[in-house]
Every structure is written in structure tokens, then in C-alpha cells.
Design a protein around this ligand. Structure first.
Ligand code: 13P
Length: 250
């Protein structure tokens, strides 16, 4: 059966020394979390090596993005092999902030996902609608097309190393969480889209995380939903107590 995971996305926050302190605090408190709940911290590229050196095997490490090319003359980009060589096991891909501000397209995400999987990195693929799309009732269509455009290029075997994160853009950093019902409705829908393509077993084994103003006060209700298998946590992941409190909410 699928794994429950709580992943922290630090985004562009903390200096390296601050990040190392935060990672140490997460590791120290991670002993409170039952072993069956996976813990991941996704950190800026600059932090990967230093954070890797203080993590225990209990807390896995993720990048927040990767290049869509393997290597070469791509100034400023960071390849999957570089990420892997820092000690990371995962990368987030397709975060709405990258789609919105950095022109991330589904086509690029296919390339990035191929490279990440080939390098042995697990992928946390983010999908989700913005406010305008939600208000127009297009949230199912948006999530379906993001899933189809990217994940339908991969195999059932590949899906073992892919986690989906549903992050409604209107709930990210706004303090406005999707209700447990709103989130569950989309999670169940995403699982059905996956089942139609890959079969029920693959869909049932795929971890689907919720992200968007998830915090200690609402995590329990969200994680109690049948198809919500944990969270991708932004702001609250910058505080080790809150992050671990969320991980204790299953
Ligand atoms: P917040 O938890 O700050 O809303 O961010 C969610 C997110 O974007 C995680 O990737």
C-alpha cells in the first residue's frame, strides 16, 4: 500500500547556516514520528550538501527543481547528476511558482522527469489550479491535463518513484486552505485519472500529497481523508516544531 509522506518545501528561504540549523532541529524531532511516515526536506540547491551532512537516514533530502538538460553549456542550471551527487534522493518538479514565474511547461516537465528518474531521483510532481480556474469550475480539467501531459509519458514501473502533490495555487501561502472535502474530491479524481491509465494497483500505490497552507491546526482533518496521503508543506516547514507536528497528524 502507498506510503504516507510529509515533505517540507523550504522554497527560497534560509541562508545555508540557518538551513543547517533547521535540518538539525527536524532530525532531532523526527524520532517522535512513526517510522511508517516518510519525512523529506526540499531545500535550495546551495543547501543540499550541507543539509545532507546533518540529516539522518530518517529524513530524506530533495531538490526543489532540476535542469531539463543532462549537462553542458546551460549557465546557471543544476543537473540531476549534480543533485544526486549532493546526496539528495528526490526532486520537486512543476511547482506552481515555477510554472507561474519561470515558464515551466508540461513539455519541460516531461524532460525533467525523465532525467530525474534516470538519475535515480524520486519525483514529487506538483499539479493544481489557480483561483480563476477554480472559480470557472475548471479545476478537474486543469489537474487532469497536467497529469496527462506529464505522467502519461511514463510507465507503471516509473510511477513507483513518482509522488503527486495537489497544490491549489489559491491556497499557497495565502492562509486559505482548501477544505478537506475540496482537497479529497480532487485527490480521488487524480487517483482515478491514474487508475484509468496505469490500473488500480498503481493508482492505489501512488502517494498523493496536499499542499497549500497546510499547518498543525488543519493537517489532521486533511490527512484523515481517504485519498490524502500527507502534505507538501511550505511556510510551516520553516519551523521544525510545526513541521513535525504536521507529521504527527495521521
Ligand atoms: P504554503 O504551505 O506556504 O502554503 O506552501 C505550500 C507549497 O507551495 C508547498 O510546495
Amino acid at each position: 500500500m502507498r506510503k504516507n509522506i510529509v515533505a517540507g518545501n523550504w522554497k527560497m528561504n534560509t541562508t545555508v547556516p540557518e538551513g543547517v540549523e533547521l535540518a538539525k532541529a527536524v532530525v532531532a524531532k523526527s524520532v517522535e514520528v512513526p517510522a511508517e511516515v516518510g519525512l523529506i526536506v526540499a531545500v535550495p540547491f546551495t543547501h543540499l550538501t550541507s543539509v545532507a551532512s546533518v540529516l539522518s537516514s530518517r529524513v530524506e533530502l530533495s531538490a526543489e527543481n532540476c535542469a531539463d538538460k543532462a549537462k553542458g553549456a546551460y549557465t546557471g542550471e543544476v543537473s540531476v547528476d549534480m543533485i544526486k551527487s549532493c546526496g539528495a534522493q528526490w526532486t520537486i518538479l512543476g511547482h506552481s511558482e515555477r510554472r507561474q514565474y519561470y515558464g515551466e511547461t508540461d513539455e519541460k516537465l516531461v524532460e525533467k522527469t525523465k532525467l530525474a528518474l534516470a538519475a535515480g531521483l524520486g519525483v514529487i510532481l506538483c499539479v493544481g489550479e489557480n483561483l480563476e480556474q477554480r472559480e470557472a469550475g475548471k479545476h478537474f480539467d486543469v489537474c487532469e491535463s497536467q497529469i496527462k501531459n506529464v505522467l502519461f509519458n511514463f510507465s507503471a514501473e516509473d510511477m513507483k518513484n513518482i509522488v503527486v502533490a495537489y497544490e491549489p495555487v489559491w491556497a499557497i501561502g495565502t492562509g486559505k486552505t482548501a477544505t478537506a472535502e475540496q482537497a479529497e474530491e480532487i485527490h480521488a479524481f487524480i487517483r482515478k485519472v491514474l487508475a484509468d491509465k496505469f490500473g488500480t494497483q498503481v493508482a492505489d500505490n501512488t502517494t498523493i500529497l496536499y499542499g497549500g497552507s497546510c499547518k498543525p491546526s488543519n493537517a489532521k482533518e486533511l490527512f484523515a481523508q481517504k485519498d490524502i496521503d500527507g502534505g507538501l508543506i511550505g511556510g510551516a516547514a520553516l519551523n521544525a516544531d510545526d513541521f513535525i507536528q504536521i507529521a504527527l497528524s495521521f
